[in-house]
Write a protein that binds this ligand. Structure first.
Ligand SMILES: Cc1ncc(COP(=O)(O)O)c(C=O)c1O
Length: 425
């Protein structure tokens, strides 16, 4: 937290504001302007004034193995010595593709890219080509990158362009409905199925709340898409390699036609992938359908995927994160109950959401999130940050393989102190 006691950060913040618009390189970081980070290791990071934080933001999710996992770093440093990008396919790229496909048994092929925003664009292009249709059905509260044709600002009812400078008509081919609502989905398809090329969704809603799909919902979507010849795209940018090795598709037992992965797939190194059924990639393979990118599949990115999978494939990491995350959630919930604070937690141990809400029932829809006091949680998040718990102001908490029992105990002590101060006040 940058205050008078943080002279070094104050000075760096001024310099950041002069050199970088808003002092950041990505607008999502404007929501968390509190620290200038010096370095991070495991599940802890340090600001430029030397204050230490337990990290539950994990760079917005990617650092699933913690910061600087030694075996991963070693392999990436070794790869770097071989050169970064050759304008040709290389051995690590092939191996990384095979290994990713090995943990996603429903898929045949993939293309690598550098960010999920661009992979979503490729997915929509492929779906339009495969179906000869124009429109994309998507959902309130789901985020699929910042490009003109997909970024929305939604109040749960209307979906408007999400940014100044965005062409309003760029959203014309998209139709936005409520997620986790079978009736809304069936009604949308009844009216528009003939025009819809793709349905794109976060199979677990992690960008707004941490809402798991209602029993039967993904199955219904899957079945109806198949029946109507619509390409089903799972955006597993957050859920992939986090909620299970095979992502939400594995955890919830429903497979898409195409899926986008990023974040946890490469343990924090920048790499994304568009994965899917072979026939959808036919025109990509000939070059008739363009997917390109100078840095796609580079040595460092693919070495990171391989090194990450070396850690993840035996699945003990998932058992660890599940156990540690469950202990954290239980511990936080017990403290909240003791202090009589109506902060509700929901989601999965590796990615859960916190909100102030008098209603203790879990929320299942994005509209319900519109009714809660998000500002109150934003203020609470600042108190947590000041106590050395680094969290997102929007309520999401991520747990990594680097968190252990001592870290959870330490977190709970700090959290308890914040609640005591809050309730005393
Ligand atoms: C579900 C989802 N899709 C797409 C994106 C965009 O990913 P990137 O920032 O890698 O472009 C994000 C980013 O947070 C995301 O959460």
């Amino acid at each position: 937290m940058i205050n008078d006691a943080c002279a070094i950060q104050q000075n760096l913040r001024q310099r950041a504001n002069r050199a970088l618009p808003g002092g950041v390189s990505s607008n999502t970081r404007l929501l968390n302007p509190h620290l200038i980070v010096e370095r991070a290791r495991g599940c802890r990071l340090w600001d430029a004034d030397g204050n230490e934080y337990l990290d539950y933001l994990l760079g917005q999710g990617p650092n699933f193995l913690g910061y600087g996992p030694p075996r991963v770093v070693e392999k990436i440093v070794a790869a770097q010595g071989d050169g970064i990008i050759y304008a040709a396919t290389h051995r690590r790229e092939i191996e990384a593709a095979e290994r990713v496909l090995g943990v996603l048994p429903w898929a045949d092929q993939l293309r690598f890219g550098s960010s999920s925003s661009e992979m979503i664009q490729a997915a929509m292009r492929i779906a339009r080509n495969a179906t000869g249709r124009r429109n994309v059905l998507r959902f309130h509260g789901h985020y699929h990158g910042w490009f003109d044709n997909i970024q929305i600002r939604s109040d749960g009812v209307r979906a408007l362009p999400g940014s100044l400078g965005q062409l309003p008509e760029a959203l014309d081919p998209t139709l936005t409905i409520a997620w986790n609502d079978p009736d809304a989905f069936v009604a949308a398809l009844r009216e528009h199925a003939d025009t819809i090329a793709a349905v794109v969704m976060e199979p677990m809603m992690l960008n707004a709340g941490a809402i798991v799909p209602a029993p039967g919902y993904l199955e219904l979507v899957r079945e109806q898409c198949a029946r109507s010849g619509i390409v089903l795209i799972f955006d597993e940018t957050i859920s992939g390699f986090r909620v299970a090795l095979g992502g939400a598709a594995e955890r919830f037992g429903v497979t898409p036609d195409l899926a986008v992965y990023g974040k946890a797939m490469a343990a924090g190194w920048p790499c994304a992938a568009l994965v899917g059924r072979a026939e959808l990639f036919t025109d990509v393979a000939t070059g008739a359908l363009t997917h390109a990118g100078t840095f796609n599949g580079n040595t460092i990115a693919t070495a990171a995927v391989l090194a990450s999978l070396d850690e993840l494939e035996d699945r003990s990491v998932y058992r660890h994160v599940e156990a540690v995350g469950a202990d954290l959630m239980d511990g936080l919930a017990a403290l909240l109950e003791n202090h009589g604070v109506p902060l509700r937690l929901q989601g999965l141990p590796m990615a859960f959401h916190a909100r102030f809400d008098d209603n203790p029932e879990p929320i299942t829809r994005f509209e319900q999130l519109q009714e809660i006091d998000a500002q109150r949680y934003g203020r609470f998040a600042i108190q947590l940050i000041e106590s050395g718990i680094w969290v997102a102001s929007r309520g999401i908490w991520y747990v990594s393989a680097a968190h252990n029992d001592d870290d959870i105990e330490d977190t709970l002590k700090r959290f308890d102190a914040v609640l005591t101060e809050m309730t005393d006040a």
